[in-house]
Every structure is written in C-alpha cells, then in structure tokens.
Write a protein that binds this ligand. Structure first.
Ligand code: FCB
Length: 530
C-alpha cells in the first residue's frame, strides 16, 4: 500500500487531534429537541441587525444519496449494486456495516420529507438507485420507480424542489460483472436508465444531474481500491473516468432531446491543492498532478471539450487514449446548465512524504493504493488546521478560492465556448462535516462545531458572491446521518441525528441553526448565538 494521498475514507482509526480551531461558536442554548420545530420556523427575524443576506433566488437545501439512506435492499425487485457487494465483503467497510437497512428512508420517506419542510429546506438533492429502477442494469422495473414517484410527489406537495442525481456510485453489480465502468457498455446502459427515470419523473423534476463525483467512482473505486468495486488499477481508473464522462454526455444529450427545458448537468468534487513550498518546482509539479488528475481531468472535457494536455502526458502508457473514440469529446462536452460543486477540504501537497500523515490511517486490511494514476511523488501534508472526524482539514476560504477559480477558468466564458449560447450556473451541491456527536438523553446533539463549520462555509460562498462570482445554491451534506461508504455508520455528517436502533430522527443544533438561516435568509454575524 502506498501512503501518498491515499484517501482517508477508509481505515480503522477514528482520527485524532481534533480542535475547534477558532471556529467554535457559543453553546446552543435551550434549543428545541425532537421534531418540535414549531417555534423555530416562525422565528423569522429578518429585520435583525448584522449578518449577511443571501442573494435573491439563492437556494438553500440539503443532500443525500440512495445507497446511503434508503435501505430496502431487496424490496420491489431491486438487485445488488457494487456497493451491496463491496459492503458485504469482509474487511471492506468499518465494522462490517452495509446499506441493507441504512436510514430505512424507503419506508420512512414521508416523515423525512415532512422534516425537510419543517426545516424550511427549499430544495432536496437525492439520487435514484439504478438497480431499483433497472434491476441488473436491464429492463425497467415499474415497482422500483413507484418509490421515486411517491417521493417526488411528496416533495412537490411540501414545496421542496427536487434535485435529482442519477448516479451516486451504485452501479448494478451485473454491469460490473461485464466490466463495469471500464467498459463502454455501462455508458450506454446508463442512458437507458436515465430515460426510464425521466419518463416517470420528468413532469415534476426540472433539475437533473447525471453523475455525482466521477472522480470517486473512477479513482477511489477502480484505482485506490477503497470504494466499490475495490479494484487497484491506474489503467482501470482512467478507463472508468472516460466512460463515466461518456455516460454523462450521452445522457445529457438524450434528456435534452426529450425536453429542452430541463436544467441538466453534473456534480464534480474538487480539491484546492496548495504547494507545501511554493518555491520548490517539485512541490509545484506535485500540485499540478493532483489538480490535473482530480479537478481538471473531469472539468475540462465537460466544460472545454478536451482532456488537459499535461494530464494526457502524465498518464501516457496507461491506455486512456485507446478509450477516447472519435466523437467522444463532443458528446462529453454537450452543453449543460448546472455545475454542481462539492467541496469539503483543501490540502497542502508536497513531493516528500510528511513525518506525520494527515489521515492517521490504520491498515484497512486489504490492498489499496493512491487514487492518482500518475502522481507517485505527491503527498498531503498537515498544516495544523482544525480537522473534522474524517481528519479533513477545515479550510472555508478554500471554497471561496475554488468558486472564484471555477468561474474564471470555466464558467464565465462557457456560453461563448462549449455552452454554445447556454450559460452554466454553479451551485455548491455538497459541503458538510462529520464530528463525533454526543447525543443527550433525548437524542439531541448540541453540535457547535458543525454549526460553526456550516456558517463558515456559507460565509465562504457569500465571499465568492461578493467578489462577483455567481453561485446559485448550497446543499448541506447531509440531511441525515447515514452510511458513510467505507466508514459505514462510524461517521456522522447529518444535521439530523439518526438513531440506527430505533430509526428516530432528531434535528441537531445545526439543523435548527440552518433552519433559522433559511427562514431569515440571513447568515448571522460571527459572534451571534445560534
Ligand atoms: C462525498 C460523497 C457523499 C458523502 C460525502 C461525505 O464525496 O458524495 O456521498 O460521502 O462525501
């Protein structure tokens, strides 16, 4: 196993050395518990002094994903995805956790939507499960679609705008058995699945994103071996990346043909990599590689219609060029309307191995390697910043810098380039933090660090907006505590606590604070108590 920039999503240690690092806010006083939010939503103190207003039209919501919350793994004809297989593989997931039951959202969605409405969420970003809609990646299963039909009805009824993601990592295992994302076939099957979902939900859902974080699907899944399907091949990761992008482009094309009025796009995850020593060319090269093989390898084909030349050079010999057929880049750069930006943390990258690993990762008990296909000398260095329970450094200004950079490099001129007259709108589709929550006897969590994290990152978005970068929305990850991939249930990101024994949902202090922010459309000043 290599230690360079191996993802911190797997491992056995729970991280160490967490501090509040100045982000802490004063303790939440006498916050309501349980689902009793009545006093809260009426507490619209929009006239209160201080704080910062969100621009008109800015959407505030929260996100989840199918495998992480739904459960009902064998209900109504759903067949296994690569995550079912992976989570049932001994040693792959902490504590042997699986998504078999998860938050039992499939059975409890009505209650969950009611909760969203009570929190005042304007929009809910969720994903559909491919194996529920098209078992084994094959023909459409009406019973599987019935669930999403009811979910969307309920969202619309409660005035929560649905934002649908078609692929949040749960490839049908049957397709993996035929090569998975290393095979072109998966891209073609993906289009059939996308159209099946659209046939049923297209009349009520207007925002459709194809992929969530193809970097994770391709490189954590096929190169690092820490996510499903658990392969450890740089060449497979590159093939998967290309076919994911192709599936995205084909699906956007097909959906656009069905209905030109849809808002279409995808969500990418980005890092903000800074050199450990900005005067050392070896550190600068390490940063270039990480930026190239994480950010630009996806952003440029989609938004500029080409793979970055330096990345193609770095990965030469690993077979990517053989997968890029003639019209592929034209398909991949089919004009989109929305770019979802996921940001959790930035990183300091250097060419030498640090004395202290940032992630403090213990042996995951199975072979893993760096997710980067061609960045051997690139290591993440600790900067002494506060970290979350994932050992991810907390760096809100990285989000401002990221949004500014994306605007400059890709968004501002998009309509004149690949957009062919269409503008692309950025929203933050994921941002959030896991902390070691402690619930009181009533199940309430006074998560002051999450409150501070959320406020700080909303502030970072507003900083970008103030600097002239149009950002249209923000979705907190996640509405609910849920199955955090290789970490199972050990990491809690929710603003709502889930007691996995009883499935009781309890809004945390962060949910109450977020609800107040949404109701007032105002981010409180730094010293204002939640
Ligand atoms: C993102 C994933 C999401 C969740 C968060 C913490 O990369 O899209 O499902 O795991 O990280």
């Amino acid at each position: 196993m290599t230690s360079n920039l191996t993802d911190t999503r797997t491992g056995r240690s729970s991280g160490s050395g967490r501090t509040d690092g100045g982000l802490a806010v004063a303790a939440v006083a006498a916050a309501p518990t349980g689902l009793d939010l009545a006093g809260l939503t009426s507490a619209t103190d929009a006239g209160a002094p201080g704080g910062r207003a969100f621009p008109p039209g800015f959407v505030l919501g929260a996100a989840t994903a199918a495998y992480q919350i739904e459960g009902a793994a064998r209900v109504d004809g759903r067949t296994p995805s690569i995550w079912d297989t992976f989570s049932h593989t001994p040693g792959a997931v902490v504590d042997g956790d699986t998504g078999d039951v998860a938050c039992d959202h499939h059975a409890r969605f009505e209650q969950d939507v009611e909760l969203m409405a009570r929190l005042g969420l304007q929009s809910y970003r969720f994903s559909t499960s491919w194996g529920r809609v098209c078992p084994d990646g094959g023909p459409v299963n009406a019973r599987g679609l019935d669930f999403y039909d009811r979910l969307v009805d309920s969202l619309v009824e409660h005035d929560v705008a649905p934002w649908l993601t078609l692929y949040h990592w749960d490839l049908p295992q049957a397709l993996e058995d035929r090569g998975g994302w290393t095979s072109r076939e998966s891209a073609e099957r993906f289009v059939e699945y996308a159209l099946a979902v659209h046939d049923r939900l297209g009349d009520r859902v207007s925002t459709w994103t194809t992929l969530n974080e193809p970097w994770c699907s391709a490189f954590l899944g096929y190169t690092a071996g820490v996510h499903a399907p658990g392969r450890t091949s740089p060449a497979d990761g590159l093939a998967a990346a290309h076919h994911l992008l192709l599936g995205h482009g084909l699906a956007v094309r097909a959906l656009r043909e069905r209905d030109p009025s849809l808002s279409l796009g995808l969500t990418l995850n980005f890092t903000v990599a800074d050199p450990v020593d900005p005067t050392d060319p070896r550190d600068l090269d390490a940063v270039r590689r990480v930026d190239g093989q994480m950010n630009r390898i996806f952003a440029e084909p989609v938004l500029l219609g080409r793979y970055p030349a330096d990345v193609l050079d770095d990965v030469r010999g690993l077979g990517l060029e053989h997968h890029i057929l003639d019209a592929d880049l034209e398909v991949i750069s089919t004009p989109i309307d929305v770019l979802g930006v996921n940001y959790y943390n930035g990183e300091a990258v250097g060419h030498t191995e640090p004395e202290v690993l940032v992630d403090g990762q213990a042996d995951p008990g199975r072979p893993t390697r760096s997710p980067f296909p061609a960045a051997e000398a690139a290591y993440r260095h600790p900067r002494g910043l506060p970290v979350t329970a994932m050992d991810w450094e907390i760096q809100p200004d990285g989000l401002t810098r990221l949004l500014t950079r994306l605007h400059t490099d890709y968004v501002a001129d998009y309509a004149r380039g690949c957009g062919r007259g269409r503008a692309v709108r950025m929203s933050v589709t994921e941002n959030g933090a896991a902390f070691d929550d402690e619930a009181d006897a009533t199940g309430f969590v006074d998560d002051t660090r999450r409150v501070a994290y959320l406020r700080a990152h909303l502030g970072a978005v507003l900083d970008a907006v103030d600097a002239g970068v149009p950002v249209h929305g923000f979705f907190y990850w996640s509405l609910l505590d849920n199955f955090e991939w290789a970490w199972g249930y050990a990491k809690r990101f929710g603003i709502v606590r889930v007691d996995y024994e009883t499935q009781v949902r309890t809004p945390k202090a962060s949910a109450l604070d977020y609800a107040r922010i949404i109701a007032t459309r105002r981010l409180p000043a730094g010293d204002e108590q939640p």
